[in-house]
Design a protein around this ligand. Structure first.
Ligand SMILES: *[C@@H]1O[C@H](CO)[C@@H](O)[C@H](O)[C@H]1NC(C)=O
Ligand SMILES: *[C@@H]1O[C@H](CO)[C@@H](O)[C@H](O)[C@H]1NC(C)=O
Ligand SMILES: *[C@@H]1O[C@H](CO)[C@@H](O)[C@H](O)[C@H]1NC(C)=O
Ligand SMILES: *[C@@H]1O[C@H](CO)[C@@H](O)[C@H](O)[C@H]1NC(C)=O
Ligand SMILES: *[C@@H]1O[C@H](CO)[C@@H](O)[C@H](O)[C@H]1NC(C)=O
Ligand SMILES: *[C@@H]1O[C@H](CO)[C@@H](O)[C@H](O)[C@H]1NC(C)=O
Ligand SMILES: *[C@@H]1O[C@H](CO)[C@@H](O)[C@H](O)[C@H]1NC(C)=O
Ligand SMILES: *[C@@H]1O[C@H](CO)[C@@H](O)[C@H](O)[C@H]1NC(C)=O
Ligand SMILES: *[C@@H]1O[C@H](CO)[C@@H](O)[C@H](O)[C@H]1NC(C)=O
Ligand SMILES: *[C@@H]1O[C@H](CO)[C@@H](O)[C@H](O)[C@H]1NC(C)=O
Ligand SMILES: *[C@@H]1O[C@H](CO)[C@@H](O)[C@H](O)[C@H]1NC(C)=O
Length: 764
């Protein structure tokens, strides 16, 4: 029980998951899908897709309005169907119908019936083609014996039978045949012995008189004879309205096209009658016919051919009969009954009908030729059930190429000359597709609005023909992926349109919206130094700025100190708005400072450059604007008093002074804070100090005196030290010699007596 439930569940699941394969983009494709009945909806607005399986719609549906839905009908209309009693050209109709009109949808089978009823007393022409080479002697004798019975027998089927005889051996030329050796036995490729006749006596007499011939090689000229027998209408006496049967009797294989070269018969067979006095006149000029030539003529003229051959050539003739429409092989037995073979041929020709048709590859016709669908009864007509119904199905497998939708197909009977004509109209286009509405604004004026969709002109594509170029959907989507394996289109930050990422979410850029516009270099925390825009992962700098982060000014003025006309004060090179300072000539050190203007003797030069300006500011202390010039650059001017200029904050600044008039100086300082020049100007002018000669002279003399005294003192100390060392040496030596050396007799401590002339002891 459990298993049953499981199976049921599985089944339900299976049914639900059934796929609707009708997923097509155009109405034509939709209706011509051969494996399902697909319908198209051409409503303006539609949810879901436009092509769906009829099955999935389930009768009542809200998907599409009835009048917008296209589901073409297919039908079969038999337009001409004469009854079997009708006589055409004096003959009863044996095969019907005659004309069918069909409207077909690819994949939809169109069944139709054909019927066959053999007419009573239908004219029958039987031509007996004998191989009269020597080896066939016994078989021909059989025919002679049975000639009388034959006609009578056939008359039992129809009172309108005629019979004829022809013979063949071989083209009468060396190497197939030798006149000298076969003097008594002639040879020929074909000879008509008795034209078709109802005169039994004549038939019997001629057959009785047949003489034999011979040839060298084994194969015979059977195909030559066959071609002549089929093409010589008047000589043989074929009736146009009769069933035509040829029985070819032989015990050897046959020559075919190409073999004629051996006897010099080089011209290809012309499929024409060449009989004179009942003999084939062109046998030494024309080559043997090819098998396909035989087939062509047999098919065109509705011949049925029976190859009655002995067992030794069974293989060759079964193969041959399979190549020729309406022909068959019959085994010539030891005891030969020509009557039974002809009877068999007649039975086949009358009671059954063989169908032949040729259709283009996109059309398929299945004819139940053997009436397999009714196994209890073969398709032959019988006394009890003379009428045979032949069921057939025509299926259009796919749409025809080149949009040719009207075709005519013939289904013909073999050996009967009657056929049914099928006029076929294949539905591979919807009517709405055939309307030429012109370019529509709904389709960006690049396509026609048809069946609810845009049909884009070459060079544009997309649902609304909004894209230019040629593409398919899937490729479009792939083009919107930075990497094939990406799951998201346009990095998940934009819309994919026509194979391109359109508007990226703001803050993102790039062909695939892959760049974050906030992820460019940020010198000093400034995105692109605030001197450019971050786009596609790169800084796009405004003019006069460069570098990957836009931090490099192009202008040289950034390398020029205010009031200087030289780049990097002439002591360096400007790079990226910064000075790279040179080495100071003759020294192992470089200039320093933002503008390379720091060095031992640089200040002097710099002071010279600045003094004019400092003076101006000093002059116009109340209205500094008078001194400001456009190109002054980054400069700060401080006017301070004498005390302030010595403040610690100007400690690093360089001193400058400018002589204004004799002895009067303007004092100022300068220094940089980064690129900014600070000009510190002392308000008070510096006047030269009153020179105090005395102090100067005094101090000069004092210094000389001091140096003198110090020199004397130092000399004295050094001398004393020298003496002391000499004395020590002496004492040590004396002691060593046993002298008492203390007190020193030579050394007396020096005494100084200094009298101060200004000192008056009385004042004490
Ligand atoms: C079709 O209709 C039947 C009955 O109306 C319903 O049970 C079934 O689910 C429908 N199927 C679909 C695919 O709509
Ligand atoms: C079949 O053909 C007849 C005659 O041409 C016509 O009257 C009839 O409408 C046709 N039927 C269909 C289904 O087309
Ligand atoms: C063909 O004939 C058979 C038997 O007579 C009949 O059942 C069938 O409906 C016929 N088919 C057509 C398409 O007429
Ligand atoms: C002709 O046919 C009838 C009936 O089928 C048969 O009895 C008779 O023997 C036949 N005659 C010959 C000559 O075969
Ligand atoms: C040809 O026929 C003649 C007389 O009829 C006979 O004498 C001769 O032997 C025959 N030749 C051959 C090769 O059969
Ligand atoms: C033979 O055919 C001719 C016409 O071709 C006809 O007049 C004659 O009656 C036929 N004879 C027989 C025995 O059927
Ligand atoms: C981008 O968006 C604007 C406004 O939403 C729209 O007009 C434009 O067509 C879009 N561009 C693309 C390439 O999708
Ligand atoms: C220059 O000075 C640096 C260190 O200040 C020293 O390493 C280098 O050897 C000196 N070069 C010369 C040529 O004196
Ligand atoms: C400073 O001088 C300029 C130029 O001479 C003048 O336009 C301006 O009014 C003066 N300002 C003062 C405050 O005197
Ligand atoms: C200098 O200026 C400072 C503050 O502005 C002030 O305190 C000081 O007295 C001034 N000195 C002189 C000599 O004017
Ligand atoms: C200034 O110098 C001139 C000569 O250049 C001289 O005549 C004059 O006396 C000097 N004045 C003072 C105040 O030193």
């Amino acid at each position: 029980m459990k298993i049953f439930v499981l199976l049921l569940l599985f089944y339900l699941n299976y049914v639900n998951s059934e796929v609707d394969n009708c997923n097509f983009g155009t109405c034509g494709e939709c209706i011509s899908y051969p494996y399902d009945t697909c319908v198209w909806c051409s409503e303006d607005k539609i949810i879901d897709r436009r092509c769906r399986s009829l099955k999935s719609l389930n009768g009542s549906q809200t998907w599409c309005k009835e009048n917008s839905m296209y589901n073409p009908e297919h039908f079969i209309n038999v337009t001409q169907d004469y009854g079997f009693e009708k006589k055409i050209n004096g003959m009863n109709v044996q095969f019907r119908p005659q004309y069918i009109k069909m409207k077909a949808r690819p994949g939809v089978p169109l069944p139709f019936n054909m019927s066959y009823l053999p007419a009573v007393d239908f004219p029958l022409d039987v031509y007996y083609l004998m191989d009269i080479s020597f080896t066939m002697k016994s078989k021909v004798k059989d025919l002679k014996d049975q000639a009388k019975k034959l006609h009578r027998y056939l008359s039992n089927y129809t009172n309108n039978v005629r019979i004829g005889v022809g013979s063949f051996i071989e083209k009468a030329a060396f190497p197939f045949y030798d006149h000298n050796r076969n003097r008594n036995e002639s040879s020929h490729a074909f000879q008509n012995l008795v034209s078709l006749t109802n005169n039994t006596q004549l038939f019997e007499k001629v057959v009785a008189d047949v003489t034999f011939g011979s040839n060298y090689d084994d194969p015979e000229a059977g195909l030559d004879a066959l071609m002549q027998a089929m093409t010589c209408n008047e000589e043989i006496g074929w009736r146009s309205d009769a069933r035509k049967i040829i029985v070819l009797c032989t015990d050897s294989t046959y020559h075919s096209a190409g073999d004629g070269k051996m006897v010099g018969a080089l011209k290809p067979n012309d499929m024409k009658c060449h009989l004179d006095n009942n003999k084939y006149t062109m046998e030494l000029q024309l080559d043997y016919p090819s098998v396909s030539q035989i087939n062509k003529v047999a098919k065109e003229r509705n011949f049925r051919i029976i190859f009655a051959a002995t067992n030794n050539v069974l293989k060759e003739y079964t193969a041959l009969s399979s190549q020729i429409l309406g022909s068959r092989f019959a085994l010539l037995k030891e005891k030969f009954h020509v009557i039974s073979i002809i009877k068999q041929a007649y039975d086949e020709a009358t009671t059954t009908v063989q169908i032949d048709y040729k259709v283009p590859p996109f059309i398929q016709i299945d004819v139940d030729q053997d009436c397999i669908s009714r196994p209890t009864r073969n398709c032959g007509s019988s006394k009890t059930e003379p009428q045979v119904t032949i069921p057939a199905t025509l299926t259009v497998k796919s749409c025809p190429p080149n949009k040719v939708y009207k075709h005519t197909v013939y289904v013909a009977t073999v050996g009967l000359g009657e056929r049914v004509t099928i006029e076929l109209d294949i539905d591979c286009e919807c009517p709405c597709e055939k309307v030429n509405s012109g370019l529509s604004p709904k389709c960006h004026n690049s396509g026609e609005y048809q069946c609810g969709i845009c049909k884009c002109r070459p060079g544009s594509y997309g649902d609304d023909c909004q894209c230019t170029g040629s593409s398919t959907d899937q490729k479009d989507l792939d083009k919107c992926k930075l990497d094939k394996n990406d799951v998201k289109l346009c990095s998940g930050r934009g819309a994919c349109r026509c194979g391109k990422c359109g508007n990226c979410t703001s803050g993102f850029s790039g062909d695939f919206c892959e760049f974050d516009d906030n992820s460019c270099p940020k010198p000093n925390q400034l995105l692109c130094f605030n001197k450019g825009k971050c786009y596609r992962g790169q800084c796009n700098c405004i003019s006069q700025w460069t570098g990957s982060d836009c931090s490099c000014p192009l202008e040289k003025k950034h390398c020029m100190a205010p009031y200087s006309k030289e780049i990097c004060s002439g002591n360096g090179a400007c790079h990226c708005g910064k000075c790279i300072c040179n080495q100071i000539s003759g020294k192992n050190e470089t200039y320093s400072g933002v503008f390379c203007d720091f060095c031992e003797d640089c200040a002097e030069k710099r002071c010279k450059q600045l003094e004019e300006h400092a003076y101006c500011y000093h002059e116009h202390m109340d209205n500094k604007t008078l001194c400001v010039h456009e190109n002054d650059g980054n400069i700060n001017v401080f006017l301070v008093n004498k005390t302030e200029i010595n403040y610690a904050k100007w400690y690093m600044a360089k001193w400058c002074k400018k002589e204004i008039s004799n002895g009067t100086y303007l004092v100022f300082k300068y220094h940089y804070e980064d690129h900014q020049l600070n000009l510190v100007i002392q308000k008070e002018l510096q006047t030269p100090p009153e020179a105090n000669l005395w102090i100067a002279a005094g101090s000069a003399i004092g210094v000389v005196l001091l140096i003198g005294i110090l020199t004397v003192i130092i000399w004295k100390i050094l001398a004393d030290l020298h003496d002391k060392r000499e004395y020590e040496k002496f004492r040590a030596a004396a002691e060593a010699d046993g002298f008492d050396v203390s007190p020193n007799i030579l050394y007396e401590p020096p005494t100084a007596n200094f009298n101060n002339p200004t000192f008056d002891p009385t004042y004490r």
